[in-house]
Design a protein around this ligand. Structure first.
Ligand SMILES: [Zn+2]
Length: 177
């Protein structure tokens, strides 16, 4: 699973004694509903050019990141070490525990709430989840969408993400199929 590495400055240490125990899936596209262009990569590096698109003026000062970004081609880019805290979830809680960034891994899929993800993205995200679950066994039972941990505030990864397909692939892997 080849991964390109680009360092994001939007990172800090996880709190002590905080095992990684949740994987959060998101979607993002910049500008919205446009793919390619490298703007997400710039955004996560705080290098988004506010003049490149009107929408960017509303977001270019935000400081966010994710551990992984999976482009439409399936290419994977890692911005933050899984051991460190990325800034993807915002105000959030999972099973009553707030501040999901403290204990989660964030995976962004390049996409929108209203169109399907690509075959290459499913292949990549399943491989990524399995590899994270190997490294952080506490994540095996905890996979959520951003909308699950920030309901009312976030809608991604949206209704087109085929959770069943992902969960079945993971179950098949663990069943040795
Ligand atoms: Zn999100």
């Amino acid at each position: 699973m080849p991964v390109r590495h680009i360092a994001s400055p939007n990172v800090n240490p996880r709190p002590e004694q905080t095992p990684v125990r949740l994987i959060v899936l998101h979607n993002i596209s910049l500008p919205p509903a446009q793919f390619g262009g490298g703007y997400i990569e710039q955004f996560f590096q705080n290098k988004l050019d506010a003049n490149a698109h009107p929408y960017f003026q509303t977001i270019h000062e935000l400081k966010v990141s994710a551990h992984l970004l999976i482009l439409r081609t399936g290419e994977m880019i890692q911005f933050v070490s899984f051991n460190d805290r990325a800034w993807h979830a915002g105000r959030s809680s999972y099973l009553g525990v707030p501040e999901c960034n403290d204990y989660s891994v964030g995976i962004e899929l390049e996409g929108t709430d209203d169109q399907p993800f690509t075959e290459a993205q499913y292949t990549a995200v399943i491989a990524a989840i399995l590899s994270i679950q190997q490294a952080y066994p506490h994540t095996r039972r905890h996979l959520a969408g951003h909308s699950d941990i920030a309901p009312g505030r976030k809608t991604d990864p949206g209704p087109y993400l085929d959770w069943q397909r992902i969960r079945r692939a993971l179950a098949d892997y663990y069943a040795g199929a």
